[in-house]
Design a protein around this ligand. Structure first.
Ligand SMILES: Nc1ncnc2c1ncn2[C@@H]1O[C@H](COP(=O)(O)OP(=O)(O)O)[C@@H](O)[C@H]1O
Ligand SMILES: [Mg+2]
Length: 333
C-alpha cells in the first residue's frame, strides 16, 4: 500500500519545506499555504489587472479582438468538458474571457497545480482557478493503482497496450485518465455537497486533456491558497468543530458508497473555517472494489490520528465505532 507522499519528505514534493535557495533556483513564485505569498511582485502582467483593455474590448464585443491582451491567453472554456449544474455564477463562460497564469501553487510528482486568473477584459468579472496538470513524464504514474483499479473493468485495447508498455502515448493516456477520474469524482461530490451541505470540494470548472481547472480555494484577492489541515493550529473548540465536519464528510462519502482513497490532513484544506476535500483521482467505489472496506477504514484512521494528536479526546473520536458506522452507512455490513 502506498505511503502518503507528504508523509515522507524525500519524494521530491515542493511542499514549502525546502530552503530559499532551492526556491530561487527554480525562480518562480508559489502560492503555497506554508508561506503566505502576495501578488505584489513576480510575474503578474499588468494587463491582468482590472481596467478597460486598450483596444476598448468589453464584454459585448470580445470578437473585436483576434489576439488576447498581452500576458494572457484566451480562455480554454470552449472545447473543454464542463463541470456539473447548477453552475456557480462566478464561472466565466464568455468566449472573450482570458486566462493569466499567476504562479505555481504546488509541484508534485504526478501533477503540478498553478494559479490562474480568468477574467473578462474591461469588466470586473473575475474567477480564480487552480489548474491541476497531470504529468505524462517518465515517473511512476501508476503508483496509485495498486488496489485502486480492482473492480474496475479494463478493456484490452490498443490504448490499454500503450499504457501497459508506457509508450509516450500511453503515458499521456494515463495522465488523462487520472485527470478525468478526478474531474468525475469532484463533480459527483460537488453535487452531493450542493444538495446536503455536508461535504465540500472545489467546483470542477473544466477538463481538457491532462489538465483540470478547479475553483481556487483561498483568497481570491491575494492569491494565497487556503492552508492544508496539517498546517492548521486552533483551540480545542476549533479542533472539535473541524472533527465534526470531517465526520460529516466521511459519512456523506460512505453513504454515496465511495471512499476518498487518499484522505489525509494534506489532502484537506481549511478555508473560512470550512473543510474542503481535495486530490480525488483515486476515489474508490467501496462496493465494486473488493478492498472497499479497507480503504474506508484507512481514510478514517488517517484523519482520526491527526485529530487525536491535536488533543481531541478519544471518546469524541471513537475511531472504531466510527469505522463500523461508515461501513454500515456504505451498506458493507
Ligand atoms: N482547488 C485548489 N485550491 C487551492 N489550492 C489547491 C487546490 N487544489 C490543490 N491545491 C494545492 O495544491 C496542492 C496539491 O494538490 P493535490 O490535489 O493534493 O495534488 P497532489 O497531492 O497529487 O500533488 C494541495 O496540497 C494544495 O495546497
Ligand atoms: Mg495531495
Amino acid at each position: 500500500m502506498r505511503k502518503h507522499p507528504d508523509d515522507s519528505r524525500d519524494d521530491g514534493y515542493d511542499d514549502g519545506f525546502d530552503d530559499g535557495r532551492a526556491r530561487q533556483r527554480r525562480g518562480r513564485r508559489r502560492f503555497d499555504d506554508d508561506e503566505p505569498h502576495h501578488l505584489t511582485r513576480g510575474r503578474v502582467p499588468a494587463a491582468s489587472f482590472e481596467g478597460p483593455h486598450p483596444s476598448g474590448a468589453d464584454a459585448a464585443s470580445p470578437a473585436g479582438l483576434d489576439t488576447p491582451p498581452p500576458g494572457t491567453e484566451w480562455s480554454t472554456w470552449e472545447g473543454s468538458l464542463h463541470g456539473p449544474d447548477p453552475r456557480p455564477d462566478w464561472v466565466r463562460t464568455e468566449a472573450g474571457a482570458v486566462d493569466t497564469e499567476l504562479g505555481v501553487v504546488k509541484t508534485g510528482k504526478e501533477a503540478d497545480v498553478f494559479l490562474v486568473r480568468r477574467h473578462l477584459p474591461g469588466t470586473g468579472e473575475v474567477s480564480m482557478l487552480a489548474a491541476k496538470r497531470y504529468r505524462d513524464g517518465g515517473h511512476r504514474m501508476f503508483h496509485r493503482d495498486a488496489g485502486y483499479l480492482e473492480g474496475r473493468r479494463v478493456r484490452r485495447s490498443r490504448e490499454m497496450r500503450a499504457m501497459t508498455r508506457r509508450t509516450a502515448y500511453g503515458k499521456e493516456l494515463i495522465a488523462g485518465q487520472w485527470a478525468a477520474a478526478e474531474f468525475d469524482a469532484l463533480g459527483r461530490l460537488w453535487r452531493i455537497g450542493a444538495e446536503t451541505g455536508l461535504v465540500r470540494v472545489p467546483y470542477p470548472v473544466q477538463l481538457l486533456g491532462t489538465e483540470l481547472m478547479l475553483e481556487f480555494i483561498g483568497d481570491w484577492q491575494t492569491g494565497v491558497a487556503a492552508p492544508r489541515l496539517a498546517q492548521v493550529r486552533t483551540d480545542p473548540a476549533g479542533y472539535a468543530d473541524l472533527w465534526r465536519q470531517m465526520v460529516d464528510a466521511l459519512s456523506t462519502l460512505a453513504r454515496a458508497q465511495v471512499a476518498h482513497g487518499d484522505l489525509s490532513p494534506y489532502n484537506t484544506l481549511v478555508c473560512g473555517g470550512r473543510l474542503v476535500l481535495i486530490d480525488l483521482p483515486q476515489i474508490v467505489d467501496v462496493i465494486a472494489n473488493p478492498r472497499g472496506a479497507e480503504f474506508l477504514d484507512r481514510d478514517v484512521r488517517t484523519v482520526a490520528a491527526w485529530f487525536a494528536a491535536r488533543g481531541v479526546p478519544p471518546e469524541t473520536i471513537d475511531v472504531d465505532g466510527l469505522a463500523e458506522r461508515l461501513r454500515a452507512e456504505a451498506g458493507l455490513r
